[in-house]
Design a protein around this ligand. Structure first.
Ligand SMILES: Cc1cc2nc3c(=O)[nH]c(=O)nc-3n(C[C@H](O)[C@H](O)[C@H](O)COP(=O)(O)O)c2cc1C
Length: 310
C-alpha cells in the first residue's frame, strides 16, 4: 500500500522537502515513511537508552511516550467538534510570558486550503501564528500605542506560540487524534499565507502548522531520540569528549533506535547515517539562501524584527 505522503498532491510552491523525499524514495527506495506497512496496534516503540523499570508512569506520560508524527497520510475524516474544542482549550492552557497569549490559532477545515497552506491535508489544520494584534487592539482601545517591534518581542511570542502548539499535540493524542507539526508553511512563496488567510501584515507571523487527524496506516516504528549525554546536561554545559561524540554517532547508526530520518542511508551508499544527513539532507536545498532571504524580508515587514541599534 502506498503512503499518502507520496500520493497527496503537492502544491508547487511548497515542494522542496517533499519532492526531495520523493526523489530519495524513488532513487533509494525505502524511506521510513514510505515503507510503512499497516499495523493496527500502533507504531513499534523505539528502543530507549534510559529505560528504567522503576520510573514512574501514568496516563499522561504514556500519552507523551506514545507520540509519533504522521507524515501526511491522514484519512479524509472530520474531527468531532467537541474533541477539537477540547484540544483548543488545552492548547491555550500552555504557559505564556506575562500571560499575554501573544499568538493567534487559525482553525482550517477545508482540505484544499490545508494543502495550499502547508502541503499536507488532515481532518483539521491549526495554524499557530505569533501575534500581537489582539494585544495592540486592546491597547489602542485604552489609548496606548503598543508597538512590540524588537527581537525580544518576537522571541517571546514565538515561545508562547510553540508551547501552545505542542500542548495541542499532547491533548490531541490523549483523545486518540494524531498529528503532524510542519513548517511546510515556510516553503515556497510565504506571501500566500497572508493572502489566503488575510493575516495582518504587521505583528503577526505564522510559526507552525499542526495537522490533526487519523492515520490511514501506522508508521512501522516510533522514532527514537538521543536522551543522554550531549542532550541532557547536569549543573553546567558539558563539552563532549571525542569518545562521547563517537558513541552518539553510533546511536544514529543503530537501526534499532530509529533516530535516522531515513532507513536506507547505507543502501544509498553512505557509511554513516550522518553522512547522508549532512551531504544529502542538509545540502538538499538547491537555492541556498532563498528561504532565509524571504523569511528575513517578511520578519522585517511584520515589524517584529527591526534592525537593532548598536
Ligand atoms: C518544526 C517542525 C517541522 C516539521 N516539518 C515536517 C514536515 O514538513 N513534514 C514531515 O513529514 N514532518 C515534519 N516534522 C515532523 C518531524 O519530522 C518529526 O517530528 C521527527 O522526524 C521525529 O519523529 P516523531 O515526531 O515521529 O517522533 C516537523 C516537526 C517539527 C517540530
Amino acid at each position: 500500500m502506498k503512503s499518502s505522503r507520496r500520493d497527496t498532491p503537492t502544491p508547487d510552491p511548497i515542494s522542496s522537502r517533499r519532492s526531495f523525499l520523493k526523489q530519495t524514495a524513488l532513487a533509494g527506495s525505502s524511506l521510513l515513511f514510505l515503507s510503512a506497512s499497516s499495523r493496527g496496534s500502533g507504531a513499534e516503540p523505539a528502543r530507549s537508552e534510559g529505560t528504567d523499570a522503576t520510573a514512574p508512569t501514568n496516563d499522561t506520560l504514556k500519552t507523551i511516550r506514545s507520540l509519533r508524527t504522521i507524515h501526511g497520510n491522514f484519512l479524509d475524516q472530520p474531527l468531532p467538534e467537541p474533541a477539537l474544542q477540547a484540544i483548543l482549550r488545552a492548547s491555550v492552557r500552555a504557559a505564556g510570558a506575562s500571560n499575554n497569549q501573544s499568538y493567534a490559532i487559525i482553525v482550517v477545515k477545508d482540505r484544499k486550503m490545508m494543502a495550499d497552506l502547508c502541503g499536507y491535508r488532515g481532518s483539521c489544520l491549526l495554524l499557530y501564528c505569533a501575534d500581537y494584534n489582539r494585544m495592540k487592539a486592546s491597547a489602542a482601545a485604552l489609548g496606548y500605542a503598543y508597538e512590540p517591534g524588537t527581537v525580544v518581542d518576537f522571541v517571546t511570542a514565538s515561545i508562547n506560540t510553540l508551547l501552545a502548539a505542542q500542548t495541542a499535540v499532547i491533548a490531541a493524542k490523549s483523545l486518540g487524534i494524531d498529528s503532524l507539526l510542519t513548517n511546510g508553511i515556510h516553503r515556497g512563496d510565504m506571501d500566500r499565507l497572508w493572502k489566503l488567510l488575510d493575516l495582518p501584515q504587521t505583528h503577526c507571523f505564522p510559526m507552525i502548522a499542526l495537522v490533526l487527524g487519523y492515520p490511514t496506516e501506522e508508521p512501522p516504528h516510533q522514532k527514537g531520540r538521543l536522551e543522554g549525554v550531549g542532550v541532557i546536561h547536569h549543573d553546567k554545559y558539558h563539552r563532549l569528549t571525542r569518545e562521547e561524540v563517537e558513541e552518539i554517532n553510533r546511536q544514529y547508526d543503530d537501526k534499532d533506535r530509529h533516530i535516522a530520518l531515513v532507513e536506507d542511508w547505507a543502501a544509498q551508499g553512505y557509511q554513516h547515517y550522518l553522512d547522508w544527513y549532512f551531504k544529502a539532507w542538509v545540502g538538499r536545498n538547491n537555492r541556498p539562501g532563498a528561504e532565509e532571504t524571504q523569511m528575513l524580508r517578511l520578519l522585517k515587514r511584520s515589524g517584529f524584527v527591526e534592525l537593532q541599534k548598536g
